[in-house]
Write a protein that binds this ligand. Structure first.
Ligand SMILES: Nc1ncnc2c1ncn2[C@@H]1O[C@H](COP(=O)(O)OP(=O)(O)O)[C@@H](O)[C@H]1O
Ligand SMILES: NC(=O)OP(=O)(O)O
Length: 329
């Protein structure tokens, strides 16, 4: 039986910090991403895709705020839904077009997904999710004063607005995702980590203003669909220790215990690599489960064990990628 891979694609793969964020920019980036993802389908993997929305939801929020005198602004849960629609549409169409070009006919669907969170999550008090554009420290301080934005430094790349990012508790559309995956559809879901909702005492749900981390929801998704491999695709080839310092070192193949010790030593920052490592570790702790953090461009090499940071309970360790792990479809 073919292996199921859950892929979590970074919001930065859809809009890079130096780009303007035009429709053309984002569509071209999605098309490029889909060229890489299509390879997994043609190699025989069952694919479930989730994606980030940090740059996009930040821009939509800004649009809403800038136009508030002429069009009533919508709350952030609705904006997350908007971003799932727009990115999901681009992904479905681009992936289908690429697969058609490769002579591979299949179905790709985008599922609007709600994810339950707790209104008491600690992140509502100390927000950690960077969204929107990057600013200099000076600009960030001015924006914090003028607009009352919460601004934080984002992994030595500049300053960004931050919003609460509660931990995902439950994917409410999980059964539909499983049914679609088992029926052979490629499913794009939990976009932007999912639309954050809280459960009320009477069992009904309502939206809450936040942006969930898509790597954390990606882990929940990988668990729900009983995936074999959970891949976090980002813009660096590997996870590093001492990141950004002269003695930075890339991590290649390692066990849960080894990566956990680096995490506990504080090597991975809260709004970027931290949630990726945490989610990859959670998944790799399961029996016969492998997590990979790698760059989008090297997704197929990583599945051959030749690139990326690969985490598994029964990894033998070692510095070099030798291709010795069995991740074939
Ligand atoms: N220890 C680390 N190893 C590798 N990258 C790191 C580390 N700490 C922070 N980063 C930063 O994390 C970024 C990826 O996180 P993020 O921007 O949230 O990704 P994405 O949008 O792709 O999900 C990298 O571009 C890198 O700058
Ligand atoms: N929602 C989310 O995690 O987005 P990014 O991957 O763009 O940060």
């Amino acid at each position: 039986m073919s292996k199921t891979v859950v892929v979590a694609l970074g919001g930065n793969a859809i809009l890079q910090s130096k780009q303007e964020g035009t429709y053309e920019n984002q569509l071209n980036n999605v098309k490029t991403s889909c060229k890489f993802l299509a390879k997994l389908v043609t190699e025989g993997y069952k694919l479930v895709i989730t994606h980030g929305n940090g740059p996009q939801v930040g821009n939509i929020l800004r649009q809403n705020e800038e136009a508030e005198e002429v069009v009533p602004p919508m709350p952030m849960d609705v904006l997350n839904g908007e971003s799932q629609g727009f990115i999901g549409y681009m992904m479905v169409q681009s992936l289908l077009n690429e697969l058609k070009r490769l002579g591979h006919e299949t179905s790709v669907v985008n599922l609007l997904t709600r994810v339950q969170v707790s209104k008491d999550d600690e992140d509502f008090k100390d927000p950690s999710k960077p969204i929107g554009a990057f600013y200099s420290e000076e600009e960030a301080k001015a924006l914090a004063d003028e607009r009352n934005w919460n601004m934080k430094e984002d992994a030595n790349r500049g300053w960004r607005r931050v919003v609460p990012s509660p931990k995902p508790i439950k994917i409410l559309e999980a059964q539909a995702i499983k049914d679609l995956t088992e029926a052979g559809h490629i499913v794009v879901c939990c976009g932007g980590g999912g639309i954050p909702v809280i459960r009320k005492e009477d069992g009904t749900y309502e939206g809450i203003e936040a942006v969930i981390d898509k790597d954390r929801s990606g882990y929940k998704l990988a668990e729900e669909v009983n995936a074999d491999i959970f891949m976090i695709l980002t813009d660096v080839d590997n996870v590093f220790i001492n990141f950004g310092k002269p003695d930075q070192k890339s991590l290649e193949k390692l066990t849960v215990k080894e990566l956990e010790s680096y995490m506990n030593a504080g090597h991975f920052s809260k709004g970027s690599m931290g949630p990726k490592v945490e989610s990859a570790l959670n998944f790799a702790k399961r029996a016969s489960s492998t997590s990979i953090i790698c760059s989008l461009e090297k997704v197929d090499k990583a599945l051959r064990g030749e690139s990326g940071t690969i985490i598994s309970e029964n990894m033998t360790g070692g510095k070099q990628h030798t291709g010795g792990i069995r991740l074939h479809a």
